[in-house]
Design a protein. Structure first.
Length: 332
């Protein structure tokens, strides 16, 4: 409820997407929106105008591609990345940590304290998820996700190893609890949000919505399988693995680290056009951080800016004047 209220409260202050405005041939509004969200340096040095030129010469006006295009030669690598990382998020036990925390804590012998520790676990995960957003923008999606996967592997295997001991001590139990909380914290700071970020960024312009839609649907399907099987793996009747279930999720996390290294490209700071260029170049994921986009040359941009002249500026001023007039009327 609270997040929904916060989002609704922020909507009036959120400008329309410049890319969407350009697709509707509303360039003056697009430039005004871009100036609103860019810093002073970008506004004073003509960087916003340059960005508009690049967007105008991109694939912004392209028609939406059919669903079958998700799996053609040009796009199937992108679709595979989106589907794989969504499945990986579920297979490393995100539902196990968020939904079955109390059950796990009871299983390791916490009894009435299980709910308290589950609340602590969820609280820590919320905080680390926010920290994760900073990490992604600072170090990149690929780097953070890779390290997150192998760190999860360590904590999950610790849970499985300590839980396998026949004569478990209090220190062993405390070690499992600490490992579980730290595993969940790392998951929600790295792979958890990385799945949605990557699926949203990896699709081409004409397939972005469809790529995200099919990836989210696949995430739900894999999540359903995990939710359905976890009780049978964790308790009786079933495999009754208890803490040894950490080996299962830890195995997937280890595979995930390998997958990220070989298949997940770094998309941090890339425009949609640069991402298209990268996939067209068919470079391996581990070379993505070295990829340099060709794009429009500085000369081409300058020539287009000269043609742009004062026409856009005058239209923007008229648009902004109309906006101010409407706001003044609303106040009166």
């Amino acid at each position: 409820m609270v997040p929904a209220i916060i989002i609704l409260a922020g909507l009036p202050f959120t400008p329309n997407s410049p890319r969407w405005l350009i697709s509707k041939n509303r360039q003056p509004e697009a430039l005004a929106a871009l100036r609103r969200i860019r810093n002073k340096h970008a506004n004073e040095n003509g960087l916003c105008e340059r960005e508009i030129i690049v967007l105008e010469n991109s694939d912004t006006h392209s028609e939406k591609a059919p669903w079958s295009s998700l799996f053609n030669r040009s796009n199937r690598r992108r679709t595979w990345i989106a589907l794989a990382i969504m499945a990986l998020q579920q297979l490393t036990g995100v539902t196990f940590s968020s939904s079955y925390g109390p059950t796990f804590y009871k299983k390791v012998g916490l009894g009435d304290k299980a709910f308290t520790y589950a609340a602590i676990n969820n609280g820590v995960s919320v905080v680390t998820a926010m920290i994760g957003m900073i990490l992604f923008d600072t170090f990149g999606r690929r780097e953070v996700t890779f390290h997150g996967c192998w760190i999860q592997t360590i904590f999950l295997c610790l849970i499985g190893g300590l839980g396998s001991k026949v004569n478990r001590t209090t220190n062993d139990t405390n070690g499992m609890i600490a490992s579980f909380i730290l595993y969940a914290a790392v998951l929600h700071a790295t792979l958890g949000p990385a799945a949605y970020i990557t699926a949203a960024e990896v699709g081409t312009v004409s397939l972005r919505e469809k790529t995200m839609a099919i990836a989210t649907a696949f995430n739900v399907v894999v999540g359903f399988v995990v939710v359905y099987t976890t009780p049978y793996l964790l308790s009786t009747p079933g495999a009754n693995l208890g803490a040894k279930l950490g080996y299962v999720w830890g195995g997937f996390a280890g595979v995930g680290a390998i997958w990220v290294w070989f298949f997940m490209p770094e998309l941090k700071g890339r425009s949609l056009e640069e991402i298209d260029e990268f996939f067209a170049a068919k470079l391996p994921a581990w070379r993505s951080h070295k990829f340099v986009s060709s794009g429009l040359t500085d000369v081409e941009v300058e020539n287009k800016l000269q043609g742009m002249g004062t026409e856009h500026v005058e239209e923007i001023e008229m648009t902004e004047d109309k906006g101010r007039g409407s706001r003044e009327k609303a106040r009166n």
